[in-house]
Design a binder for this molecule. Structure first.
Ligand SMILES: Cc1ncc(COP(=O)(O)O)c(C=O)c1O
Length: 482
């Protein structure tokens, strides 16, 4: 695709800076110093599809804000079942074609999993985040139960297990050598086997993957699902990004991979990434069957109404599913094309910067970049700026170079990124930054110009920046003690 093709990029005048400055939280416009461009939380700078705002206006005009059913409005559940079933059919068609192309060697007939879901398996949730927690509640039944969770990956998949007293065991997703070439970041089954214990109950999958932008292939997913089957594990499959998959990849829902997957997978969906509804807090959980859904409703406190999705948000989501277009047409297709152009453009710009390595994401609108050579240069005698002081407290204080880079970029170059920190993405994220690109082309251009300049002068500024961060950390510690 021609990344400079202005027909693909959305009209930049649609971005309403005045409103964003007031309402865009979570490390974005409303939270940063004036003039800083946030390439931070994965949210959009564009307004949502007008069909969604119209549906909300009609709901407000009717003047009723009644209780809804705990599991979600019937129209939400049935619309969602149809919407997601279409993804299953599309995924299965793709599997069939792909397998033909790859000519399965053993000539066996592949028995796939779910080709449709029933509304009775669906529950409306307070965004994807609550679905992640509900899925953990359904699978981590006793304190000490273990979950295999990717590293790196979005922190919610970790925190939800810990909140239940579960134990997180990380399996790494990284580039590996395959026939002498580097693979795309992926897992290693031998490593995963070595992490199993009698307490392992759940395999967590994030597909499409935040922050790596992977859309896992049939071969990868079937290996994960077979692993789960061999070890009798439940699967939690976070598919919140499944409507932001870039051609030619096609999203394969985990539950369509095999009969085991259909019967043991809790699938997470949300409208924050694809439709920009993050502030409405609306998502969905798909349980393997109605009986299991009834249990999740109870375990997640949804049956007591302490949890659950607002009726207004469900009405917006129904409009999103029925009127905002699809993968191929309408608002969603244009949005996806814009995002694809933005990620391609960003990766090209990043790879032209000395010390930055970025892969093209197959999905999502975040770009993950390796900046480890800038943060951890292995030049002899480099002390990261500690020679600048002879105060022991300052010299030995622990700081995170990723975090320092983020702060320095904000203050010196007016652009914000998300640092690869253990608490955000796990130990596999060290030495990286994440850049969210769901903005207009002109804003993206300016942000990348600023980043480029920052990255260029960082090697000279690094020691001073690390030193200043240490001094600040010591001051903060002192302040805490008094
Ligand atoms: C993988 C993943 N799961 C869940 C979420 C949470 O989404 P929501 O805002 O719908 O709760 C995110 C948000 O970035 C995510 O990337």
């Amino acid at each position: 695709m021609d990344t400079e093709n202005s027909d693909v990029f959305l009209d930049p005048t649609l971005v309403d800076m005045k409103t964003l400055s007031a309402v865009a939280y979570n490390y974005r416009w409303a939270t940063l110093p004036d003039g800083v461009i946030p390439l931070t939380a994965a949210s959009s700078d564009f307004p949502v599809c007008s069909a969604i705002t119209n549906a909300l206006k009609n709901h407000v005009d009717a003047g009723y804000f009644c209780y809804g059913p705990n599991e979600g409005l019937p129209q939400f559940r049935s619309t969602f079942a149809t919407y997601f079933s279409e993804k299953l059919v599309r995924g299965l068609a793709y599997c069939n074609n792909k397998l033909e192309l790859e000519q399965q060697e053993d000539n066996t007939t592949t028995l796939y999993g779910a080709s449709s879901i029933d509304p009775g398996q669906v529950m409306a949730t307070n965004a994807a985040a609550a679905a992640v927690y509900a899925a953990a509640a359904a699978t981590i039944l006793e304190p000490g139960d273990e979950a295999l969770v990717m590293s790196p990956v979005d922190f919610l998949l970790v925190d939800s297990v810990i909140a239940l007293g579960g134990v997180v065991v990380r399996y790494s997703i990284k580039e590996r050598l395959q026939n002498g070439d580097k693979s795309r970041p992926t897992f290693d089954l031998a490593e995963m086997e070595s992490l199993l214990t009698p307490r392992t109950r759940m395999l967590s999958i994030c597909n499409p993957h935040n922050p790596l932008g992977r859309s896992f292939s049939y071969i990868e997913l079937s290996a994960l699902v077979e692993f789960a089957e061999r070890h009798k594990l439940f699967i939690v499959s976070d598919e919140v990004w499944c409507d932001v998959v870039h051609s030619p990849r096609v999203h394969l829902p985990t539950m369509c991979i095999s009969q085991y997957a259909a019967a043991h997978t809790y699938t997470i969906f949300g409208f924050s990434k694809s439709h920009g509804l993050e502030g409405l807090r609306i998502g969905a959980l798909i349980a393997p069957n109605e009986e299991k859904l009834a249990k999740v409703l109870m375990l997640s406190n949804t049956s007591t109404t302490a949890n659950g999705a607002s009726v207004a948000a469900q009405i917006a989501a129904v409009a999103a599913m029925t009127e905002a277009g699809s993968h191929e047409s309408g608002w969603l297709a244009s949005w996806r094309l814009h995002l694809h152009a933005c990620v391609l453009y960003t990766v090209t710009r990043l790879n032209a910067m000395e010390g930055v390595i970025a892969n093209v994401p197959e999905a999502t609108f975040v770009v993950w970049a390796d900046v480890s050579s800038l943060l951890y240069p292995d030049n002899d005698g480099d002390d990261g700026g500690t020679h600048l002081v002879n105060d022991d407290a300052v010299a030995t204080v622990d700081i995170e170079p990723e975090f320092v880079l983020m702060q320095w970029l904000i203050h010196e170059h007016k652009v914000a990124i998300i640092p690869g920190l253990d608490r955000f993405f796990g130990p596999g994220s060290i030495g990286h930054i994440r850049i969210s690109v769901a903005t207009s082309k002109p804003i993206l251009d300016t942000a990348l110009d600023r980043l480029e300049l920052g990255i260029k002068v960082w090697p000279a500024a690094r020691k001073r920046a690390l030193h200043d961060a240490r001094v600040e950390a010591v001051k903060a510690q002192g302040a805490m003690k008094t």
